[in-house]
Write a protein that binds this ligand. Structure first.
Ligand SMILES: Nc1ncnc2c1ncn2[C@@H]1O[C@H](COP(=O)(O)OP(=O)(O)OP(=O)(O)O)[C@@H](O)[C@H]1O
Length: 381
């Protein structure tokens, strides 16, 4: 029952990226009817499941490129998952080094924009504007475009907005690593205050020191998979063992290991994974008579189809063909049925023109006849 009292639940979440080299590759894949197109895929997440309880601070650790930002962006709704269920019970606010602030807007405009997006009224924003600026400690820069800020200033402003909006769930993605010590301490105090208020926190960081200080539980994500989740010391000590082992490898061995892991992520088979999950589910839920349907729903009911299904592709091709055909028929000057019977007419423009009579019927006439008929029609008006 406690498991169901979660604040965040992610179940069988995957994220696939298409590795397009050029824009034309993207266009080709969009219209391609062949399943075997040459677009490479990369699975940033290969089936992640966990829950976060209300009032809990969950740390997410892992080496570079393991998928930490991907999962935190999915939870905060910035990007969609490819499959799986994401149930977030409450408002989220994310602080990430490069997320959320519009570089061409001033600090003040960013404060208003982010707060409005979070559903606050202009009056509420006016009331807290000074507090946000004071906490961010950016002085007169608040009326300068954010593109002129240092990374520390951006991070301070992002953090200040995020905490003053008072979300139910605060997601911090590496945002404390760029500030100075004074600001870091202010953030730690604010996070502690959040925890005391029973709010939920997801804290993504490379700093095990910070994770130890701020989190209750830790999730270790390793090359797109959840390697371990549990009490702080258990997970951190296993992660440290892995890092120690990795550091002991030679340069060549390190490269080989990373290449092997990335290849697994490129070759990940989502259908096979779905079958495995279905089998596991069927064994643990014998009362469910249609486990395949249940799991299919879990995988796909929440996600929008990012790719065009082949039926839509065929329809697009048919519409495009029809448009081109009717344009050419129009230019050729032949009646449509004549072109259907004799397709070669399409490249032999008619010397005749279509003339619409008063009764609505049309006839094909020569240019000279057309002019005469027009003259006659004008004379009658
Ligand atoms: N838009 C994208 N297109 C293609 N691949 C992407 C995209 N975004 C992320 N990736 C890949 O997904 C993987 C996970 O990236 P992510 O940013 O989640 O990792 P991370 O653990 O947060 O890394 P870091 O610690 O360096 O911030 C990486 O291999 C990355 O190259």
């Amino acid at each position: 029952m406690a498991e169901e009292n979660y604040k965040i639940k992610v179940q069988n979440v995957t994220k696939e990226y298409d590795m397009f080299k050029t824009q034309s590759d993207k266009l080709k894949s969009f219209f391609s009817l062949s399943k075997k197109n040459k677009i490479h895929h990369f699975w940033s997440l290969m089936g992640i499941s966990f829950t976060v309880q209300p009032g809990e601070a969950l740390g997410i650790i892992g080496v570079n490129g393991s998928g930490k930002s991907t999962i935190s962006n999915i939870i905060s709704g910035i990007i969609p998952q490819t499959t799986g269920l994401v149930d977030v019970r409450g408002d989220t606010s994310i602080v990430a080094i490069n997320a959320g602030l519009r570089k061409n807007l001033t600090g003040r405009e960013n404060i208003r924009m982010k707060s409005l997006m979070q559903g606050l009224t202009n009056r509420q924003i006016d009331d807290m504007m000074d507090d946000i600026i004071a906490f961010a400690d950016i002085g007169d820069f608040v009326d300068q475009p954010v593109k002129d800020y240092s990374s520390g200033m951006r991070s301070r402003l992002g953090f200040s907005i995020a905490v003053h909006i008072k979300p139910d769930i605060l997601i911090i993605d590496e945002a404390l690593s760029v500030g100075d010590d004074t600001f870091y301490q202010k953030c730690v105090d604010k996070i502690d205050q959040f925890k005391e208020e029973g709010k939920t926190i997801i804290f993504v960081s490379h700093s095990l020191k910070q994770v130890r200080l701020l989190c209750d539980r830790v999730a270790w994500i390793n090359y797109g998979k959840l390697r371990k989740i549990g009490p702080m010391e258990e997970v951190v000590s296993e992660y440290q063992k892995f890092i120690k082992w990795f550091k002991s490898l030679s340069k060549k061995e390190k490269k080989q290991f990373q290449k092997k892991e990335k290849t697994i992520q490129k070759n990940f088979d989502i259908d096979k994974y779905q079958k495995e999950v279905t089998q596991e589910y069927a064994e643990s839920h014998p009362q469910d008579h249609n486990p395949a349907k249940t799991i299919h729903k879990r995988f796909y009911s929440e996600v929008m189809q990012e790719k065009m299904p082949w039926t839509a592709k065929i329809l697009t091709w048919v519409v495009l063909f029809a448009m081109v055909f009717f344009c050419l028929v129009n230019v050729s000057g032949h009646p449509t049925m004549a072109v259907v019977r004799h397709p070669s007419y399409i490249v032999n423009p008619s010397k005749k023109m279509r003339y619409q009579k008063k009764d609505g019927k049309s006839v094909m006439v020569t240019k000279h006849e057309y002019k005469q008929l027009e003259k006659h029609a004008w004379g009658q008006r």
